[in-house]
Ligand binder design. Structure first.
Ligand code: PDD
Length: 284
C-alpha cells in the first residue's frame, strides 16, 4: 500500500484524509503539478516548481513551503514507495474553511497532498501505435495557463473521445486548436516545420513542451509557434502531443482521417527518443 504525503505527514492510503470543508473539494480552489519519474529520479523538478509558484500567484495563493523542502518530500515519496517509473502528483489547495465564495483569511492553513503513481512511461503501447484523436469545442475557462484542479471539462472531452473509439480530444476555440485535454498539441507540416500553439492564457505552458522544443531546435528543425486549424492538422505530415506522462506521443488520426501514413512519424519518434535520453541525463 502507498504512503501518501498529507500536510507534513506520510500516511497510509486509508489514513490519508482531508476535510470535507477543503476548498479544493468545494470550489476546485487549488493548483496541481505532475512530475514524471524515471529511474527513481525526478524529471524537470525545477520547471514544475516554477510553474506551481506561477499558478498559485495567479489565483492569489502563496506557497509557504520552500523549494528544497518540496524536493525532499518528493524524494521521500519515491523512497517510501520504491517508485522507479511513474509520476508524483502534487496538489495545494487554499485549505479548509466555512463555505464562502470569498477567500478565507490569508493565514488559513493550505492543504498539501502528494502521492506516487506507477506508470510505464518509456515502454508504452500508445507510443508504438500512435493516438487517434477527435476535435471538440474548448469549453474550459479563460485561464488555461493556470494549472488548477478544475478538470471536469477535459475529463468529459476525454470520455467523448473514448465513446467515439478515439483515445483523446484536441480542443478548439474559434476554429483553431488550442491543446489536448491534458497535453500540448503539435503538427509537422509537409515542409517539415513543427507547428504548435503560441503561449497565452488559452493553453498550459507545458514543461515537456519547453524541453521538446529545445530538442527540436538542437536538431535544427524549424518551429512555428502559432494557431492551426483541424484541417491543417488532417493534411499534415505528422502530429504528436507532449506532457509529463506521455513525453512525446505520436498522433495518427484526427476526426477519423489518417494523418500522413497513419502511423507514428519519424520526427515524433526521434523527438521522443531524444527527450527520454536528455531527461535521463538531467533527472535529479
Ligand atoms: N497534464 N496542457 C494541459 C491542459 C495539461 O493538463 C498538461 C499536463 C499539459 C502538458 O504539461 P506538462 O508538459 O507540463 O505535463 C498541457 C498533466 C500531465 C495531467 O493533468 O496529468
Amino acid at each position: 500500500m502507498r504512503e501518501i504525503y498529507v500536510n507534513g505527514q506520510y500516511l497510509s492510503e486509508e489514513n490519508a484524509k482531508v476535510s470535507v470543508f477543503d476548498r479544493g473539494f468545494l470550489f476546485a480552489d487549488g493548483i496541481y503539478e505532475v512530475t514524471s519519474v524515471l529511474d527513481g529520479r525526478l524529471i524537470d523538478f525545477d520547471g514544475h516548481f516554477e510553474r506551481l509558484e506561477r499558478s498559485m500567484a495567479a489565483i492569489e495563493m502563496k506557497l509557504d513551503i520552500k523549494k528544497e523542502a518540496l524536493l525532499e518530500m518528493h524524494r521521500q515519496l519515491l523512497v517510501r514507495n520504491s517508485l522507479n517509473e511513474g509520476l508524483i502528483y502534487l496538489q495545494v489547495t487554499r485549505g479548509a474553511a466555512e463555505r464562502d465564495f470569498a477567500f478565507p483569511p490569508v493565514n488559513t492553513k493550505k492543504t498539501i497532498v502528494a502521492f506516487t503513481q506507477e506508470k510505464s512511461l518509456i515502454k508504452s503501447k500508445d507510443a508504438k501505435r500512435g493516438l487517434k484523436i477527435i476535435t471538440l469545442e474548448d469549453m474550459r475557462w479563460g485561464m488555461c495557463d493556470v494549472k488548477t484542479v478544475q478538470l471536469l471539462y477535459p475529463s468529459l472531452a476525454k470520455m467523448q473521445a473514448k465513446s467515439q473509439g478515439a483515445d483523446d480530444a484536441w480542443l478548439m476555440r474559434d476554429g483553431l486548436i488550442t491543446e489536448g485535454t491534458s497535453n500540448n498539441a503539435y503538427i509537422v507540416t509537409n515542409e517539415g516545420v513543427i507547428v504548435t500553439r503560441d503561449l497565452s492564457p488559452q493553453i498550459l505552458s507545458g514543461i515537456t513542451r519547453k524541453a521538446v522544443l529545445q530538442c527540436a531546435k538542437d536538431l535544427q528543425i524549424k518551429i512555428e509557434e502559432r494557431a492551426f486549424t483541424p484541417e491543417e492538422a488532417a493534411n499534415a505530415k505528422e502530429a504528436f502531443v507532449t506532457s509529463a506522462t506521455t513525453f512525446v506521443m505520436p498522433v495518427i488520426e484526427i476526426d477519423g482521417k489518417a494523418i500522413g501514413k497513419g502511423e507514428p512519424g519519424p520526427i515524433a519518434k526521434k523527438l521522443r527518443e531524444i527527450y527520454i535520453e536528455e531527461s535521463l541525463k538531467s533527472a535529479i
